[in-house]
Unconditional design. Structure first.
Length: 451
């Protein structure tokens, strides 16, 4: 069974307008047609016109009868005369007996009605009103003659009123369609404004039909474009800020490197090169290399549209090796590690192994820069309802020396966690530096997904 037509749809509105137009058209036809007919029937000038036409016909019949010695019962001649002169109806009667009727085809040779018994009393009062006496060869008789002029006018009136009714129906339908046309033109103007870059121009939404749904879709697209444009502006601003910050961060070690190289050149001319300045220069070179590596890492990760994740695995299998490696590397670097707060549960997560290696390197680098070797590095793992949290915290050896630069390493960690469907938070609370990684728990461990 076909779906019912919704009243507020374009099809429903068109059907409603058509029915309304038919109602108006029928009303116009009935009023004009029957009103015109009634006016003509009671109009004296109209009656005089009809009587004048029929009076001329009766005079012509009288001349024809005199010329041809026509009897009232000469049915064949009378019928031929009526047809040649275009009269629709002709009746002849005498002493209440009909002698001739043009609408009756079968007659005997005497011209009487077949089966007789058809009397003048059967003639309508309208016909009696327009009867006249005609002198025939066999005596006088009453003749009713109808030229058909009234029917012609009635047919003309019928045709005109039908056309007027159709015009009224069409007018009502077109008027309704004009509403949709005006709305389409309104949408066209608004879309033209939006296409020129003005995303503040709202799209007018009227009703619930297909046009309104289209307008709603256009307005939704406008809002998405506006949000996308705003996001692009924010990204450009963030990138500009990042470039400026990186330039500043690179300039600091480069300035120190140039200073040490000038000293070494001077010492070389004097023949007394100091190993201390060579080590300092080498340290600056390593610092610049580390920053360039992180810059490359940032743009490399940002350029990747999709990230392939490994199949879901138990958190001990996924994170156990990485946390063990983290503890070993920190211990080799002189840090003590407290990993008593690890809560292993039977839940699964998905990660990208390349990203996890990069995240681990960033965390180790930050702890080496700002960590306090006199305090143990705290590593905690907790499982929530829908995510696994890994918290790594340590004290800061020199709080006053921590200056927030570009934070490109932290940005890299956050970006990689987001591409894996998780998140990262980094903070400094009094004399403690901490970073928290959050991984979403996989509900369906039989399927892998693409972030």
């Amino acid at each position: 069974m076909a779906d019912k037509i919704r009243v507020d749809s374009l099809t429903g509105k068109m059907v409603t307008r058509l029915l309304r137009g038919l109602d108006v058209g029928l009303f116009v036809f009935v009023v004009l047609y029957f009103g015109s007919v009634n006016i003509l029937q009671y109009d004296t000038q109209w009656s005089f016109l009809l009587y004048h036409e029929e009076e001329k016909g009766l005079e012509a019949l009288q001349i024809y009868a005199d010329k041809n010695h026509l009897a009232a019962t000469d049915a064949a001649k009378i019928r031929k005369w009526a047809e040649e002169n275009g009269f629709a109806e002709l009746k002849i009667y005498r002493e209440d007996e009909i002698l001739f009727d043009s609408k009756v085809k079968d007659r005997d040779s005497r011209g009487t009605e077949e089966g007789s018994g058809v009397w003048a009393s059967g003639i309508s009062q309208y016909a009696r009103k327009y009867t006249e006496v005609v002198h025939f060869a066999d005596g006088d008789a009453f003749v009713y003659l109808y030229s058909g002029l009234a029917e012609k006018y009635f047919h003309l009136i019928f045709g005109i009123t039908v056309m007027l009714g159709f015009a009224a129906c069409l007018g009502v339908f077109i008027q309704g369609m004009q509403e949709d046309v005006r709305y389409i033109r309104c949408l066209q103007r608004e879309v033209a404004v939006i296409s020129r870059g003005n995303l503040e121009e709202k799209v007018t939404i009227q009703g619930e039909d297909e046009l309104a749904q289209l307008a709603r879709g256009l307005d939704s697209m406008r809002q998405e474009l506006k949000e996308h444009e705003q996001t692009e502006k924010e990204l450009r601003a963030a990138q500009e800020k990042l470039v400026v910050g990186m330039s500043h961060d690179l300039r600091t070690p480069l300035t120190g490197l140039l200073t040490y190289m000038e000293i070494l050149r001077k010492q070389e001319r004097e023949g007394n090169v100091s190993g201390e300045y060579i080590e300092k220069a080498y340290s600056r070179i390593l610092q610049i290399k580390s920053m360039s590596d992180r810059m490359f890492e940032f743009f490399f990760i940002d350029s990747q549209k999709e990230t392939e994740l490994e199949p879901p695995e138990d958190i001990r299998s996924v994170l156990g090796d990485y946390l063990s490696e983290l503890c070993a590397l920190l211990a080799d670097d002189g840090f003590s590690v407290n990993a008593d707060g690890l809560e292993w549960r039977n839940v699964s997560i998905q990660v990208n192994t390349d990203y996890m290696g990069r995240i681990l390197n960033n965390i180790i680098s930050n702890i080496e820069k700002y960590g306090d070797r006199e305090r143990a590095v705290q590593i905690e793992l907790t499982c929530g309802a829908d995510q696994v949290e890994v918290l790594i915290a340590n004290g800061r050896a020199m709080p006053d020396s921590y200056v927030a630069g570009t934070g490109i390493g932290v940005k890299n960690v956050s970006m990689m966690m987001e591409k894996m469907g998780g998140s990262a938070r980094v903070g400094i609370l009094e004399d403690t530096y901490w970073i928290e990684l959050r991984f979403p728990i996989c509900e369906d461990t039989t399927k892998s997904h693409r972030c």
